[in-house]
Design a protein around this ligand. Structure first.
Ligand code: ARG
Length: 467
């Protein structure tokens, strides 16, 4: 064995090694390439840890001060671009610690007392994710506010409502927008619930069994704004449920955004032509000069796939892992980070765009008039005059068949054309056959009547104002 093999390259754990790490293995096993984005949270956790250690007498006040100031200086170096990240130092934790020791000398080596990278990394990710959740909550709220404002403005705008993508019954555009808001409201609530399980301190679990030092975990939790310290050291270093739960939240939210995207794409097409999306949210085609493509919703729809993929990656990553920490867990970061980035971008794009969706009320109304969308209203009318619903359904079906043959909507037929199907029909039928009459009649909690939409938007606005 040659001399250079007898020397380990890693000062943090090289003591028991007889040869240096293979260069490719060092690169392959390192995480610094992607975990450097945790630097601020790593330092935040270390400052709290050092503070707690000095309070319980494991570090002197002077040592703690040197460490805390040193960590702040390291952070300043990172933020001014002076930090050189080293693959040999594996990850953000050892890079920061090594930079600290280079700055303040041997006292820097005391920082890692009573902890392990296993509880350190779990703490860092939780701090990082908590901050990300708060940012995403703000964006989600901004998007919801835009939707609710638009819904209020479009409370009287009539469009066809669809089932099976076939014209079903007229609805108001405001009502449709508030349906989207309901999805997002659930997403917001789920995200706040997820945050509760993110906001728990694992630090103190050390490698897996706890530490022999007289640590005060409640104090560290308090310093870092965690709701509490975790209960079980083995679980603390091995648990990644919170990341999976967040990615599941993200998958549901992207599923919702993709449904909205699909509708926006359809509505922006020449065939529907229900809305206009401002040019700044669209792009053109390099070959077809007439094109204006709804890229933002298309891309959000497409990005849904990668988030579902990350959920599956994380679930599979954790499947069958024995307790406690395993190196596998290092693979949690890239899916989690990309999920956060994708949600941040998608929510931002939607929150920016939604207030500027322009409805085309005349086109929407004409479309609602085309598909016999008030047929159910005619049936309800007959029922109110004493006919059984199944019989009424039959009468209206025949009227629609007649209309199709004549190329006329129900509201365009004369009374003489309608009465042959049932002599119960009188002139007041035209009150219910109009689109306005149809939507106004659905006047109850959750219905599409314009005044219900305004009331629902007002309630949603109160909820949003309390955030
Ligand atoms: N870079 C590691 C990770 O991301 C940190 C924890 C490493 N722990 C260990 N015992 N090797 O998971």
């Amino acid at each position: 064995m040659s001399d250079d093999h007898a020397q380990s390259t890693n000062a943090a754990w090289g003591g028991r090694f007889a040869e240096a790490t293979d260069a490719f293995v060092a690169e392959f096993t390192a995480s610094i390439q992607f975990d450097q984005r945790l630097y601020r949270h790593d330092i935040q956790g270390s400052v709290a840890h050092a503070t707690m250690l000095s309070e319980v007498g494991v570090l002197t006040a002077d040592e703690c001060e040197q460490i805390v100031n040193g960590l702040k200086a390291v952070q300043a170096d990172i933020e001014s671009g002076q930090q050189v990240w080293s693959v040999t130092l594996e990850d953000v934790h050892m890079n920061v610690e090594s930079a600290l020791t280079a700055k303040i000398g041997p006292v820097g080596k005391k920082l890692h007392t009573g902890r392990s990278r296993n509880d350190q990394v779990a703490t860092d990710i939780r701090l990082y994710l908590r901050e990300a959740i708060d940012g995403l909550s703000t964006e989600l709220t901004r998007l919801q506010r835009g939707l609710v404002t638009l819904a209020t403005n479009e409370a009287d705008t009539i469009m066809p409502g669809f089932t099976h993508l076939q014209t079903a019954q007229p609805v108001t555009f405001g009502h449709h927008l508030l349906a989207w808001n309901e999805m997002l409201q659930r997403d917001f609530e789920r995200l706040q619930d997820c945050r509760k399980r993110v906001n728990i301190l694992p630090l103190g679990a050390a490698a897996l069994a706890g530490t022999t030092f007289p640590i005060n975990r409640e104090r560290t939790a308090e310093l870092l704004g965690f709701d509490r310290a975790s209960e079980n050291s083995l679980d603390s270093v091995s648990d990644r449920d919170f990341a999976i739960e967040f990615t599941h939240w993200a998958s549901l939210t992207m599923m919702h955004l993709s449904r909205m995207s699909e509708e926006l794409v359809l509505w922006a097409s020449a065939q529907f032509d229900f809305i206009n999306l401002p040019d700044r949210f669209c792009t053109g085609s390099s070959i077809m000069p007439q094109k204006k493509n709804p890229d933002v919703p298309e891309l959000v729809r497409g990005k849904t796939g990668r988030v579902y993929g990350h959920l599956m990656s994380l679930l599979t990553l954790m499947k069958s892992q024995p307790l406690a920490y395993n190196k596998d867990n290092q693979e949690d970061k890239e899916p989690l980070f990309d999920t956060i980035d994708t949600l941040a971008g998608s929510l931002r794009a939607f929150a920016d765009m939604v207030p500027y969706i322009e409805a085309k009320p005349a086109v929407m109304k004409a479309a609602a008039l085309r598909g016999y969308s008030t047929a159910t209203d005619l049936a309800d009318y007959l029922v109110k005059k004493g006919m059984a619903f199944r019989d009424a359904h039959e009468v209206v079906g025949k009227s629609v068949a007649y209309g199709l043959a004549q190329g006329k909507d129900l509201s365009e037929m004369t009374l003489d054309e309608l009465t042959p199907f049932s002599d119960t029909i009188t002139a007041d039928v035209f009150d219910v056959l109009t689109l306005e009459g149809s939507v106004a009649a659905r006047d109850h909690l959750g219905g599409t009547a314009p005044n219900q939409v305004r009331a629902a938007a007002a309630r949603a606005g109160v909820l949003l104002a309390s955030r």
